[in-house]
Write a protein that binds this ligand. Structure first.
Ligand code: AMP
Length: 218
């Protein structure tokens, strides 16, 4: 079993890389952002409460995301290991995760930090969109569908942009990252879990660098 965290600011490529590693290594991607967006879409009680917070680029309460993760990790599809993507986002969540994993007889194998130049983040986030059907990620400048308006993976023709990927909210989310989430780099460094990967390289190169980290810890 391999449990990993992908750590980095919004736009660092956590979601893209989590999908790659999940497919290659048979791990389950657990994105709290995706789960919360699904709850918003399904108009559940959690979704209704989370929506206003997410639209502002702020953090949903720790108790909510910790419970979501704790419940989700018990599912059989998480048995081989998971990649936490967008979780934990602050120190209390990191400490809660330690407890959750311990109580379930699991442990963190590595925390992979994706390092990206600050100046690139806003450009990366602002142009991104996904296939509305299969969720494949695209970018106006860096990764357009091969055929205009048609998803490379499922041939879907509808695409969506996240409501919080606007210039104003992105700046807020970056500020929240630096204030709340970046201290986790020091936290995991001190615990001996931290591995750093250059997130500025191509998607394929970053993925290979992560493979090399996984090969070391296995
Ligand atoms: P993401 O898809 O990871 O960029 O998350 C989108 C939004 O969902 C964030 O800006 C937060 O509002 C919320 N969110 C996602 N994960 C967490 C988390 N671990 N803790 C609190 N809020 C979160």
């Amino acid at each position: 079993m391999t449990d990993l965290i992908l750590l980095g600011p919004p736009g660092a490529g956590k979601g893209t890389q989590a999908k790659e590693i999940a497919a290659k290594h048979g791990l389950m991607q657990l994105s709290t952002g995706d789960m919360l967006r699904a709850a918003v879409q399904a108009k559940t009680e959690i979704g209704r409460r989370a929506k206003a917070i997410m639209d502002k680029g702020e953090l949903v309460p720790d108790s909510v995301v910790v419970k979501i993760i704790s419940d989700r990790i018990d599912q059989p599809d998480c048995k081989a290991g998971v990649i936490f993507d967008g979780f934990p986002r602050n120190l209390p969540q990191a400490e809660a995760l330690d407890e959750v994993l311990k109580s379930k007889g699991r442990k963190l194998d590595a925390v992979i930090e994706l390092k990206v130049d600050d100046s690139q983040l806003i450009r990366r986030i602002e142009g991104r969109f996904t296939c509305a059907k299969c969720g494949e990620g695209y970018h106006d400048r860096f990764k357009r569908p091969k055929m205009r308006g048609v998803c490379d993976v499922c041939e879907g023709t509808e695409f969506a942009r996240r409501p919080d990927d606007t210039a104003e909210t992105v700046t807020k989310r970056l500020m929240v990252y630096y204030r709340e989430t970046s201290p986790l780099i020091g936290y995991y460094y001190c615990k001996g879990n931290l591995r750093r990967v250059d997130g500025m390289a191509s998607i394929e190169e970053v993925s290979q660098a992560i493979d090399a980290v996984l090969a070391q810890i296995k």
